[in-house]
Design a protein around this ligand. Structure first.
Ligand code: GLN
Length: 285
């Protein structure tokens, strides 16, 4: 709080902040403001209502106002808070990784419906896919790759905090270049945005997610081509591939998988009914 600023209650500060975010054209401003206030007060979200009439301590106001100013510049709440929940677990983010998305939970959910002992995650970023699979399946192991060593630092921190670091090996790799071995399951959320769509991204995504994690700068399909080409050499017989896709890419990715000899190919929708995950299997023999 600047010297002499009028004292406010928690509720008044939230109303003031939401109004200024509204004026900047942000949607759902009160939802974001509540989360930022909860973090500034360092309380659990279900306790916020109990504090609405309290005076906002000046030192908390400084933090809260700084959070809201960042949101006003279109940083997502998850970036301001340094992480978010994914499949019920906290994943730290950094400027080097894609912020985990709820749609990606669909891929994890599908993965857990099948059996696997070892998994390869291509382009792991924060590690949200591979590490969630290890946390859910306590006897599995994983190799998680990324072309960015800085991304792998964030993934390692997440592996440590989720207590799965003894079951994951991180490998700096451009696609499959440094990957050896065969796996029961290959998963990936590759950079799939077509370069021509990069201009249409919201400022939250365009300013905060690394562009290397968003687009291949080619046609959005490079990751699927690489995975299709390598599936036979890196899957056990009967092994499975699961990739996240953009909603318009299902046909193209299915075709790549069919041409690579994968079978039982299925497309799974996200919560909004858009195509989001493609699954395929290597035949048993
Ligand atoms: N789902 C992300 C988005 O549309 C894109 C991530 C990716 O390319 N893998 O913001």
């Amino acid at each position: 709080m600047s010297e002499g600023a009028t004292p406010e209650t928690v509720q008044q500060a939230m109303t003031r902040a939401a109004r200024s975010l509204d004026e900047l054209g942000l949607a759902y401003s009160m939802r974001d403001v509540r989360r930022l206030m909860t973090a500034a007060l360092a309380i659990k979200s279900d306790r916020l209502t109990l504090h609405l009439r309290d005076d906002l301590p000046p030192e908390v106001r400084i933090v809260f106002d700084a959070f809201c100013a960042r949101r006003g510049k279109r940083e997502p709440v998850s970036r301001i808070l340094g992480g978010r929940l994914f499949f019920g677990r906290w994943f730290k983010n950094s400027s080097h990784v894609l912020d985990p998305r709820p749609e990606t939970e669909i891929l994890v959910e599908r993965a857990l419906q099948g059996d696997f002992d070892n998994v390869l995650d291509i382009g792991t970023g924060s590690g949200c896919i591979a590490l969630t699979l290890l946390a859910e399946k306590r006897d599995a192991t994983a190799i998680a790759t990324d072309v960015s060593p800085d991304a792998l630092k964030t993934a390692l921190e997440n592996a440590v905090s989720l207590e799965v670091s003894d079951r994951v090996t991180f490998v700096v790799s451009d696609w499959f270049h440094s990957v050896d071995g065969r796996f029961d399951l290959i998963v990936s959320n590759p950079p799939y945005i077509h370069p021509s769509e990069m201009n249409a991204l919201s400022p939250e995504v365009a300013q905060c997610d690394p562009h290397l994690a968003l687009t291949d700068f080619v046609d959005g399909l490079t990751g699927y081509r690489e995975i299709a080409a390598q599936a036979r050499g890196h899957l056990h017989p009967g092994g499975r591939v699961l990739v996240e896709i953009g909603p318009t890419q299902a046909k193209a990715v299915q075709k790549l998988f069919v041409n690579a000899g994968l079978v039982s190919i299925a497309v799974h929708p996200d919560f909004d009914g858009r195509d989001r995950v493609v699954e395929g299997f290597l035949p048993d023999s």
